[in-house]
Design a protein around this ligand. Structure first.
Ligand code: UDP
Length: 233
C-alpha cells in the first residue's frame, strides 16, 4: 500500500498530441487527463481595449472515463463540471500577469480520459504545463517568474481516513475519506484556493494543519516535476 504521505506516480507527456502546439498528457496513478492550451489573438468583448489578455479553462469527463459510463454532456453543463472548470480557470489566472500577456486569450481544455479521484487537481497541475507551453510558444524564451508567467501553480488532494491524514486520494480513498480537501498552491508556496469538506465527520485544527503541511510537500514535488518537463521542452 502507498505510504500516507506519498503521491501517486506522476507521468507527464508534453506534446502527446503531435498536431497541437501546447498539450500535455498528465497521469496521476490511474487518473489520466489531457490538457491542451489554445491561443486566440483576441479577448472577450468585456476586455476589449483594456490592454489585457484572458485565460480560461474547460473541463470534461469523457463517457468512458468512469464505470459506469458518464453521460456525455451535450447542451447544459452539470453543476460539478461548471464548478471544476471555474476552479481551474481561477487557479491558472492566479499565476498569469494578464497585462503582460497582451490582448490574447488562452483556453485550457482539460479532458479526463480516465477518472480515479483527483481529476480537478490533475487538471490544474497538468493544465499549468500546457498553459506555460502556450505562453512560451507566443513569447519565446519566457521562463517561470518572467513576463506573463508570474509563477507556477499545482494542486493536490488530501484527506482524513480513519483518523489518519493521507495525501493524494484515489477513488477508493476518496470514497472512504471522512474529510476531503483540495489544495491549490503556487510554486513559491502561496495558497490560491483550499476546498475542504468534512463529510459525515468534522475535523480539528491539528488535522487541518497536518493536511495543509502534507499537501504543501506534495505540491513542492509536483512543482519540481512541472519545471523539469518545461525545461526539457
Ligand atoms: N466520479 C465518477 N463520476 C462522476 C463524478 C465523479 O465516477 O460523475 C468519480 C471519479 O473517479 C472522480 C471521483 O469520483 O475522480 C471523485 O470525484 P470528485 O467530484 O470528488 O472530483 P475529483 O476528485 O475527480 O476532482
Amino acid at each position: 500500500m502507498r505510504p500516507a504521505n506519498e503521491l501517486r506516480p506522476v507521468e507527464i507527456q508534453l506534446g502527446y498530441l503531435p498536431n497541437h502546439p501546447a498539450n500535455v498528457l498528465y497521469k496521476s496513478g490511474q487518473t489520466i487527463v489531457l490538457c491542451a492550451a489554445s491561443v486566440e489573438p483576441s479577448v472577450p468583448p468585456w476586455l476589449e481595449g483594456k490592454g489585457k489578455g484572458w485565460v480560461t479553462a474547460e473541463y470534461n469527463m469523457l463517457p468512458g472515463s468512469t464505470v459506469p459510463r458518464k453521460r456525455r454532456e451535450r447542451s447544459k453543463l452539470d453543476g460539478r463540471t461548471t464548478e471544476i472548470q471555474r476552479l481551474i480557470g481561477r487557479s491558472l489566472r492566479a499565476v498569469v500577469d494578464l497585462r503582460a500577456l497582451g490582448e490574447r486569450s488562452i483556453v485550457v481544455d482539460c479532458d479526463v480520459l480516465q477518472a480515479d479521484g483527483g481529476t480537478r487537481t490533475a487538471a490544474i497541475t497538468g493544465g499549468f504545463i500546457a498553459l506555460a507551453k502556450a505562453i512560451q510558444n507566443e513569447l519565446p524564451g519566457i521562463t517561470i517568474g518572467e513576463g506573463p508567467l508570474r509563477d507556477s501553480i499545482a494542486a493536490v488532494s488530501v484527506g482524513v481516513i480513519e483518523d489518519e491524514v493521507k495525501l493524494d486520494l484515489d477513488y477508493d480513498l476518496d470514497f472512504a475519506a471522512d474529510v476531503d480537501m483540495n489544495v491549490v498552491m503556487t510554486g513559491s508556496g502561496r495558497f490560491v484556493e483550499i476546498q475542504g469538506t468534512g463529510e459525515e465527520a468534522t475535523f480539528d485544527d491539528s488535522q487541518l494543519t497536518e493536511m495543509i503541511a502534507m499537501a504543501r510537500r506534495g505540491i513542492e514535488q509536483l512543482t519540481q516535476r512541472q519545471r523539469e518537463v518545461l525545461q526539457s521542452a
